[in-house]
Design a protein around this ligand. Structure first.
Ligand code: TRP
Ligand code: ZN
Length: 477
């Protein structure tokens, strides 16, 4: 019936409109032959970073080959991106900020591309991709990668250091040094090969598989098989003292700037102890190696939980070490679905610090909770008040996703759950949450549903309403 009528029927209004849209799309991106698939989206509509990530495909693996020259700060890169089309695609976007793109190939054939906006690289394969197809995009690019200033004023991207460079990517800095689907919702495995002048080290995520020195260059091959969100991918190039050891079954790889070696030796020796402690609380470590990268204080402005081995600006205290290592469970293995769910990272990592102190002769978590509630925790009144600026699950803007309500008040939400269910059930929740969402993504609703499922007789609505979503300081119970 459809075919019979459609032949003679006049074109309906909606179809005429569709044709106009297609013609307009052709004017914008160019059409050769019929357009079957549509272009993948230029963002995944993150509430804070709407243009981060891209629609229409899912990356499974990145193969990055990076040649870096610290003197000129020039990076020559090749990114092999293995992905699966989630719909028919006539074009798809990658995120890349700055850098010159030399060529793009899709499945071995040259593809057309163009740059637009702040960081959109649109790739138009010679042949449309069918939904479900796996494809390989190879991007050759070079340039001096940018330092990116975050909405909150901190610096990320590719930071030149005294003797090399450091890639920091939270929330969107990784797009300064490799093209990709730069949103936490699309995790992938990585092979990262870094070619640097002989005498320098290149440290990255996962495990070092290959190291060769030849003709004045040193080449390092790193591989990580578990899923990684691109914001916790790093490369650190520079002079480092390398120490390898073990934490139980896990290899430990520590890279320390020689300036920081003396000050950080003692705390870094505690990595096995912290790992064992953390596994007792949070369950089996989700990755296959651990460690740390210690930069000079003025080379990295803050610590970041880069996968397998967090980055520290100078020797960390043990609490900061605990914080960043526990992010491997909460943040790197269980990764937020969007940047609005940051408290699932920071609230948990902060609560881990409280637990560490509670177990090591310091204040109990209850003490810290009370001090925060009473405004006695921070020295400055403004900082004490700032804890109540906004609800942890609803930061008001991108500039505030790393503020105190996300960290301290996020941890207070967990403490309220602990008070409601008692230690045994609470520690089961922490552990079970890490197990249930291992190597995946989650949002706040997933967490509250998980808590409710685990303790079905308890009513958590007051905690969620007041502590997670409510404005201002909740009333004293
Ligand atoms: N995640 C880091 C930590 O707590 C801090 C951080 C660095 C951060 N950059 C950020 C938090 C950007 C939010 C957004 O260890
Ligand atoms: Zn953190």
């Amino acid at each position: 019936m459809v075919s019979r009528r459609s032949r003679i029927a006049p074109m309906p209004r909606s179809a005429r409109f569709g044709l106009v849209v297609v013609l307009l799309a052709c004017l914008l991106v160019g059409c050769d032959g019929g357009v079957e698939g549509v272009a993948g989206g230029s963002g995944v509509r993150d509430p804070y970073f709407p243009k981060a990530g891209n629609g229409g495909y899912d990356v499974t693996h990145y193969g990055l080959t990076l040649d870096y020259e610290p003197k000129s700060r020039r990076l020559v890169g090749e990114a092999e991106i293995r992905a699966r089309a989630e719909q028919d695609l006539s074009a798809f976007n990658l995120d890349l900020k700055g850098m010159d793109v030399r060529s793009v190939e899709v499945d071995g054939e040259p593809a057309r591309f163009n740059r637009s906006g702040d960081h959109e690289l649109t790739v138009r394969p010679r042949r449309d991709l069918d939904g479900g197809d796996s494809f390989v995009a190879v991007v050759r690019y070079e340039g001096v990668p940018e330092v990116v200033t975050d909405p909150d004023g901190s610096e990320e991207g590719w930071l030149p250091t005294e003797d090399g460079a450091l890639g920091l990517g939270e929330p969107t800095g990784s797009m300064a040094w490799f093209p990709g689907n730069h949103h936490p919702s699309d995790k992938a495995s990585y092979d990262i090969v870094v070619d640097v002048p002989e005498g320098l080290e290149a440290v990255s995520v996962g495990e070092l598989r290959k190291r060769t020195v030849k003709g004045g260059r040193a080449v390092f091959g790193w591989r990580v098989s578990e899923p990684v969100a691109s914001y916790v991918v790093t490369v650190a190039v520079g002079e480092f003292e390398i120490r390898r050891s073990r934490a139980g079954r896990l290899p430990v790889y520590v890279a320390v700037d020689p300036d920081q070696a003396a000050d950080s030796a003692e705390v870094l020796d505690r990595i096995p102890e912290v790992m064992e402690w953390a596994e007792d609380y949070f369950g089996p470590y989700p990755f296959s190696s651990t460690g740390a990268i210690v930069e000079r204080e003025d080379d990295a402005g803050y610590a970041l939980e880069t996968q397998n081995r967090p980055v520290f600006p100078g020797a960390p205290g043990v609490e900061l070490l605990v914080h960043e290592l526990v992010h491997q469970w909460y943040g790197n293995s269980v990764t937020p679905k969007s940047w609005r769910d940051m408290w699932l990272n920071e609230g948990f990592a902060t609560y881990a610090e409280w637990l560490w102190n509670e177990d090591h002769g310091g204040d109990s978590a209850q003490d810290v909770f009370d001090a925060l509630y009473d405004g006695d925790y921070f020295e400055k009144e403004a900082e004490s008040d700032a804890v109540w600026d906004f609800p942890p699950a609803r930061p008001p803007s991108a500039a505030r996703i790393s503020d105190s309500p996300v960290y301290e008040r996020g941890a207070m939400v967990l403490h309220k759950v602990r008070q409601a269910v008692g230690d045994e059930v609470f520690f089961g929740i922490l552990r079970g949450w890490a197990a249930e969402r291992r190597h995946g993504n989650a949002d706040t609703d997933d967490f509250t549903a998980y808590v409710e499922k685990t303790a079905p007789d308890e009513d958590f609505s007051g905690i969620w309403d007041d502590w997670l979503y409510g404005k201002g300081r909740p009333a004293r119970p």
